[in-house]
Design a protein around this ligand. Structure first.
Ligand code: SAM
Length: 246
């Protein structure tokens, strides 16, 4: 029987609790580090610096750390207590909350910026998450996110993840979580429907950290060209929007 939305969220939480340590190493060493820095750059480019940030699906706090280093203040929010524990160790000066991004335990009009990296594909109700973001942003505040986008490279991922779960591969993101990958048009429509303005969508990432080192290095070198000229080959999608003044 297919899992309900709540069961799916619980499964994602359990998974990230289990892999928290592996996760942190994966994105702080070797190719993982440069991959994560690259997507963080895309998100940072769109956000005001120095204000108050909410990072949804913050994981082990990698983006929160970067935001603080640039002079901002931040709240990290995630459904996985183990990922949050690592975030708290990494940045004791930030605030940390265990909650779902679709039901924010936060006051209206309090943040200058909201970010979300590699988490949006897990949300069972993305429209609700965006409505919550709209509520907690101050007028003029901006959201920027980066998540797996839909293209031919990601089309087979759910099947691979389901297979990985069946043969018990213990790897980050490996499992049948009912993830959803969005096209540029779908992402734009979601942001528009949530009442954001100045909505922009772009593609990024061609090099994947699972590639063997020489192939990864080659992919990294041609990545800027792919992102500029052949964006349909780039597998992450980034989106931004601003909450208008009333
Ligand atoms: C691939 S990790 C990304 C972590 C972090 N943003 C980063 O870039 O390193 C996905 C994160 O999203 C979190 N997550 C998934 N669904 C969520 C939800 N509904 N609400 C809040 N966090 C969620 C997971 O627990 C996990 O920590």
């Amino acid at each position: 029987m297919p899992l309900t939305g709540a069961e799916r969220t619980e499964k994602v939480k359990r998974h990230y609790d289990e892999v928290a340590e592996i996760y942190d190493r994966r994105y702080t060493e070797g190719p993982g580090r440069s991959y994560h820095a690259h997507i963080s750059d895309q998100v940072t480019d769109w956000l005001p610096l120095g204000g108050r940030l909410l990072d949804i699906g913050c994981g082990t706090g990698l983006f929160v750390e970067r935001y603080l280093e640039r002079g901002g203040r931040a709240v990290g929010l995630d459904i996985s207590p183990k990922m949050i524990e690592r975030g708290r160790d990494r940045c004791p000066d930030a605030h940390w909350t265990v909650a779902t991004g679709e039901d924010l335990p936060l006051r209206d009009n309090t943040f200058d910026a909201v970010s979300s990296l590699l988490a949006f594909s897990y949300f069972k109700d993305p429209a609700r998450m965006l409505a919550e973001v709209f509520r907690v942003l101050r007028p003029g505040g901006r959201i920027a996110l980066c998540t797996l986008g839909r293209n031919f490279l990601t089309a087979g991922l759910p099947a691979i993840h389901t297979l990985g779960e069946l043969v018990r591969v213990r790897q980050v993101g490996m499992g049948n979580f009912g993830e959803r990958y969005y096209s540029d048009a779908e992402m734009t429509a979601l942001f528009d429907a949530a009442s954001f303005v100045d909505v922009r969508v772009k593609r990024c990432s061609f090099a994947h950290l699972n590639l063997a080192p020489p192939v990864y290095d080659l992919a990294r070198r041609i990545e800027p060209l792919v992102e500029r000229r052949l964006p349909y080959l780039a597998y992450n999608i980034c989106a931004t929007g601003r909450k208008p003044h009333p």
